[in-house]
Design a protein around this ligand. Structure first.
Ligand code: AMP
Length: 212
């Protein structure tokens, strides 16, 4: 079963992905994570990428399409319950590209109001060692120590593009792109809308039920 996760930055896509990976053996493909890894290399392309990521603007369709294609081609999908696409597609042209690449069974659209999103993003932290996602204001996602990972004592970092001055640009980019994508997946009869503000335990149950 292949799933696309749609929702604003900070709507909880990464948390949903973590849950489906650990409980249902999905493979998590996050174009944002892949791009952040690529931007750490010491090449001109990595430097260019770094600037785009810091600005909150979108990377070109060609680059992200290529990342998704290569990852899927290298993957032995039979080993997994399916694929979760997180942060991709973000444009209609990416959605069309994906349609020709792989069968999508469901699109989960996570709805969260703007004011909640901003508060969540500012308080989001990621473990520098293992990548576990925390949130300093969301019950069930708070670390025991706000500076260290519960699992491996890794330092909890804030993403550069989670800083307040970039968030507005990222949300603007999101709102520009999301409506055509929603229309696209309604026409494809794949869209399922979920309320991303319900308490975490109920939320987890809802997600696990929606992929049965
Ligand atoms: P995310 O981790 O999904 O919030 O993505 C972080 C950043 O990576 C975005 O602000 C974009 O600059 C870039 N990015 C991730 N996925 C895509 C995509 N599908 N298309 C274009 N840019 C992307």
């Amino acid at each position: 079963m292949n799933i696309v996760l749609l929702g604003a930055p900070g709507s909880g896509k990464g948390t949903v992905a973590e849950l489906l990976v650990s409980k249902k053996n999905f493979f998590h493909l996050s174009t944002g994570n892949a791009l952040r890894e690529m931007s750490k290399k010491h090449t001109d392309f990595a430097n260019e990428l770094n600037e785009i990521l810091k600005s909150g603007k979108l990377v070109s369709d060609d680059i992200v399409n290529q990342i998704v294609k290569e990852t899927i081609n290298e993957l032995d999908l039979k080993k997994y319950h399916g694929l979760i696409l997180d942060g991709y597609p973000r444009t209609q042209s990416q959605a069309l590209y994906l349609k020709n690449l792989i069968n999508i069974d469901k699109v989960l659209f996570i709805k969260v109001p703007d004011e909640v999103i901003e508060k969540r993003i500012i308080n989001r932290r990621t473990c520098a060692k293992c990548g576990r996602i925390y949130n300093l204001v969301v019950d069930g996602l708070k670390p025991k120590n706000p500076e260290l990972c519960d699992d491996d004592d890794g330092i909890l970092m804030q993403r550069k593009d989670d800083e307040i001055h970039v968030i507005k640009d990222r949300l603007n980019a999101y709102y520009k792109e999301i409506n055509p994508l929603i229309d696209f997946y309604i026409k494809e009869n794949l869209l399922v809308e979920l309320d991303g503000t319900i308490p975490l335990d109920e939320w987890k149950e809802l997600i696990l039920n929606s992929v049965k």
